[in-house]
Design a protein around this ligand. Structure first.
Ligand SMILES: [Zn+2]
Length: 212
């Protein structure tokens, strides 16, 4: 299925689960998602040659925001420009806005042969729903981009944007900027859009599955 067909399918699922009409589903705000583009300003994140992680994260996060909003989600961004935002501010924005999920957009670095996508979730709260979100996003990225799976989702007890948030939370590591194939894909506008769109489809799948 194309992304458009998947979105149509999810909207039908949502309509039948919620008992709402098509116009109500598209007009209603489904949920509020905090989108957190990692790093920024004086903090470039991972660096490989002239490629800085912060720039890729922001470009991908903007596509994620655009697709979320077009599918009826509300979005709170922790940054929308190339500015430094500390970690406390990031999780406080999510907590103070009562968002339904926190999605931090990052890219990885490592040995030059390491490539592909992975997600991290908190070990201390909302574990089941965060793992579900992490799994949906990983699968959607593998299906919707040329990025392979690096590994299955794993939990962290030390990453504060995960442990200090008060709602389901993940970090999406899209690909490895230290791998030539991943980096070229992440630098392309088609790759950035496909990755943002795929993360969004993962969030959308998760929301439809967890809607009570
Ligand atoms: Zn990062």
């Amino acid at each position: 299925m194309s992304p458009d067909q998947i979105r149509k399918f999810l909207k039908e699922e949502l309509k039948s689960k919620s008992g709402k009409s098509s116009s109500q589903v598209s007009a209603a705000s489904l949920a509020t998602i905090c989108v957190d583009p990692g790093h920024g300003g004086s903090d470039p994140g991972a660096v490989s040659g002239t490629t800085q992680e912060k720039t890729l994260n922001l470009a991908i996060a903007k596509w994620l925001k655009q697709y979320l909003e077009s599918d009826g989600f509300s979005v709170v961004m922790t940054r929308s420009t190339d500015v430094y935002v500390n970690l406390t501010t990031r999780y406080t924005i999510a907590n103070n806005n009562n968002v339904d999920a926190f999605v931090s957009v990052h890219n990885n670095s490592g040995v030059s042969t390491a490539r592909g996508t992975e997600c991290i979730y908190p070990s201390n709260h909302d574990v089941d729903s965060s793992l579900s979100l992490a799994t949906e996003v990983t699968d959607a990225v593998v299906n919707g981009t040329s990025l392979p799976k690096h590994r299955d989702p794993y939990s962290s007890s030390t990453l504060v944007v995960l442990t200090q948030t008060t709602m389901p939370a993940i970090i999406s590591e899209g690909g490895f900027i230290t791998n030539t194939t991943d980096r070229n894909y992440l630098l392309s506008s088609a790759g950035q859009e496909a990755l943002g769109s795929s993360i969004e489809l993962g969030v959308y799948f998760w929301w439809v599955a967890w809607l009570s």
